[in-house]
Design a protein around this ligand. Sequence first.
Ligand code: FDA
Length: 308
Amino acid sequence: MPLLRSAFIALSKNRSVRGWCEHSRIGRRLSSRFVAGTQIGDALLATQSVNNQGMSVTLDSLGEDVTSELEAREAAETYHQVLDCVAAQTLNANISVKLTQMGLKLSPELAYNITEGLARHAKQKGSFLRIDMEDSSLTQVTLDIVRRVHALPELRGSIGVVIQAYLYRSQGDIEQLLAEGIRVRLCKGAYKEPAEVAFPRKHDVDANFIRLGKMLLDSPVYHGLATHDEAMIAAAKAYATEHNIDPSRFEFQMLYGIRRDLQRQLVNEGYNIRVYVPFGSRWYAYFMRRLAERPANVLFLAKNLFRS
Ligand code: FDA
């Protein structure tokens, strides 16, 4: 299984396979299980449907690693449109953004400026900007940008970030973010990282997720625990119950199309659930990371593809 995981993560970075898949009809059909569609309208329809089931949404306009400032600004413009549409249709959704899509690798200052603009717009619309976390070479610069935007008094609380439990550094990062009152989404981590920076064994990642999750639950700030792992969810629920932490003080987050049964079950139990809804034509890298997490998805998708 680790071999397959590495193979899918390597494929996620292959530009020629990406080009072929993103433009093929089969590719689009396969990805539709995990991706809401290619247009903003598709994402809004999916959001409405998820909202109707009692869950909130975070919208991800797919894409990463842009190669020009123009591309970064166009990607930001899509998010500005999303914020306007979500407010106009009174949907319950915020936005999730990757900084390499906002030009981080071209210029951190460009990414900062775009991020500040999105946080301002999100605040004006009563929404929230979540910055996704990418590979470990970008952790520090991503945290620096989030902390700089959050330090602007008028934008305090309008931006949050993601912390990955597989990184050794994450406990220290969470301590700092909590001290500053910054909202955190905790996940296990989806990139291939060397043993110098990340726990190689799932067991250790899981233990760290539980440890860090408890730190978030203890804090007065509203955080998100992003996982489909029933053991992680059970540990969080048990800790919250033991410590009289009301379910309204945090949320579980899951990906669109994954463990929909568990999403519904948690809603019925009275927990807040937010579904991460990706959309757009640049779905390839996202899709490959989902296959890397669970190679059995390939069989599942193949069965669906050849059905009817
Ligand atoms: P784990 O991988 O241990 O899986 C537990 C169980 O969940 C599996 O046995 C299976 O039942 C189910 N499952 C998990 N993944 C599945 C899949 N792809 N298909 C079908 N079933 C699956 N990562 C990152 O590095 N930066 C980020 O910003 C984010 N953001 C983010 C937001 C949200 C809302 C979620 C839910 C996840 C992320 N992630 C992420 C991805 C995260 O790091 C991680 O790779 C996945 O969530 C899978 O880990 P689990 O915690 O689900 O557990």
